[in-house]
Design a protein around this ligand. Structure first.
Ligand SMILES: NC(=O)c1ccc[n+]([C@@H]2O[C@H](COP(=O)([O-])OP(=O)(O)OC[C@H]3O[C@@H](n4cnc5c(N)ncnc54)[C@H](OP(=O)(O)O)[C@@H]3O)[C@@H](O)[C@H]2O)c1
Length: 414
């Protein structure tokens, strides 16, 4: 029999599903061949934190109808009182309402198969838009926050076998912070579809520091890789380079051996920062952003990663060399694209779109594996600032005004 049971008074073991009563069943050999070892549990009552559940008694019982075949442990447990810590959350109550930090938010707002304690979140451009009431929040009331890193505290539903209590996981996009409740809270319930296990190399804080911005930067790098772009092809441009996604894109490309040119509106302030991340050159963004130039201009870049859109992207396409690829993920300057088909039909330039929100799970996994493998953690730490949940609303305007550099982790308990 597998020994999963600890002594009376101890907390539930992490590899065991939460339960008022839990059975860890060792099926007899013929059944195991057919169904595998089984585990059965009853979900803990709503409002009870798993850490509050204590084992009273363990008992070996015959499994499978008392035939004596196989074996099981029954854990008798108790859960004192309701979980004492109330949920803290930023909530946007209704369309156009100002976001508020609630110290005792209503946990019954949450829905979703996987129940989590949120360990950290992060502030992205999109979160700034949601907090400022600029069209991102599509359901109300809404807890914003498009990223979260958390610990699974309980799972319900039939499609959640991939995870069990105690697992560390992360989620970027998949509708959270837009139409589903997001990461600016101490608790969350999410659907498992886009949930990724936290890579062993990363702490919760570093995974939040990477967040949607870093995940998107890696998706863009993978678009260039899949297009066959190699470091010997020539210079790669990164626009919006001092922003969250831009900073991580610079570090990732430089780490892969590309010669990176970083375009920024803050050359004086951030030039040295961008060189430290690995940029070989720094451009003033006005070169690209002010006027849409001719549709075909001198061929300067073998490829580009663009987070800015609008006139900037039109000029980047016009300056991309024959056969080059531009991965576009953002609209910090604007959603318009004042260009013509000429870069595509006369230079074979490819415009590759990047969408982190609806990204399928295998690609999420590929991107997070690559991030855990490649991203220089000292560079990540150097570009990261931490704020508490209580400071997050005040940071929305700063990120929208382009005043934030690198990445901002949100400590949800602070
Ligand atoms: N497609 C997706 O799945 C996806 C995922 C993540 C983000 N995004 C989008 O990507 C963009 C960047 O996101 P982020 O979280 O990295 O934001 P961020 O940290 O605020 O960075 C944006 C950067 O863009 C530059 N910028 C700002 N306003 C500009 C303007 N008017 N003209 C030209 N450049 C400007 C600034 O860089 P400099 O100061 O260096 O110029 C700024 O730091 C946003 O539009 C966001 O919505 C899309």
């Amino acid at each position: 029999m597998r020994d999963v049971v600890r002594g009376p008074g101890e907390a539930l073991p992490h590899n065991l599903w939460n339960g008022g009563v839990a059975l860890d069943v060792q099926a007899p050999a013929p059944l195991q061949r057919r169904h595998g070892p089984r585990r059965t549990a009853f979900p803990i009552p709503a409002g009870i934190h798993r850490g509050a559940i204590r084992i009273i008694r363990q008992e070996a019982i015959p499994a499978h109808g008392g035939t004596g075949e196989g074996s099981a442990h029954r854990l008798e447990t108790y859960a004192p009182e309701r979980e004492e810590r109330p949920m803290r959350a930023i909530v946007i109550e209704s369309e156009g309402a100002a976001p508020r930090l609630l110290e005792d938010a209503d946990e019954s707002l949450l829905s979703g198969d996987v129940e989590l304690d949120v360990l950290a979140s992060s502030l992205n451009f999109k979160d700034g838009m949601a907090l400022a009431g600029k069209g991102i929040a599509r359901a109300h009331p809404l807890i914003p926050g498009i990223d979260l890193v958390g610990r699974v505290t309980g799972s319900v539903g039939s499609d959640t076998e991939r995870f069990s209590a105690g697992d560390l996981v992360l989620l970027n996009g998949d509708g959270i912070g837009e139409s589903l409740h997001g990461g600016f809270a101490t608790r969350a319930r999410v659907r498992p579809d886009a949930l990724v296990r936290l890579p062993a190399e990363l702490s919760a804080e570093r995974a939040a520091a990477i967040g949607t911005a870093g995940f998107t930067a890696m998706l863009a790098v993978l678009r260039l890789e899949d297009a066959g772009l190699t470091p010997d092809a020539g210079d790669i441009l990164v626009t919006g380079a001092s922003g969250g996604a831009g900073s991580i894109a610079v570090a990732l490309l430089a780490g892969r051996g590309f010669r990176v040119l970083a375009s920024t509106g803050r050359v004086e302030e951030n030039g040295e920062y961008l060189r430290d991340l690995g940029a070989a050159g720094v451009l003033d963004r006005r070169e690209l952003s002010e006027e849409p130039g001719r549709p075909l201009q001198s061929q300067r870049f073998a490829g580009a990663i663009d987070g800015v859109g609008s006139t900037t992207l039109a000029n980047v396409l016009a300056q991309t060399a024959w056969g080059g690829t531009v991965a576009a993920y953002g609209l910090a300057q604007g959603p318009d694209l004042p260009t013509t088909v000429l870069p595509f039909i006369l230079r074979g330039v490819a415009l590759a779109g990047v969408n982190s929100v609806d990204c399928p799970l295998p690609l999420r996994q590929r991107a997070w594996d690559a991030l855990a493998d490649e991203l220089d953690l000292d560079l990540l730490d150097g570009m990261t600032t931490s704020i508490g949940l209580s400071e997050t609303i005040g940071h929305a305007d700063r990120i929208l005004a382009g005043e934030v550099r690198g990445r901002t982790v949100v400590e949800v308990t602070q």
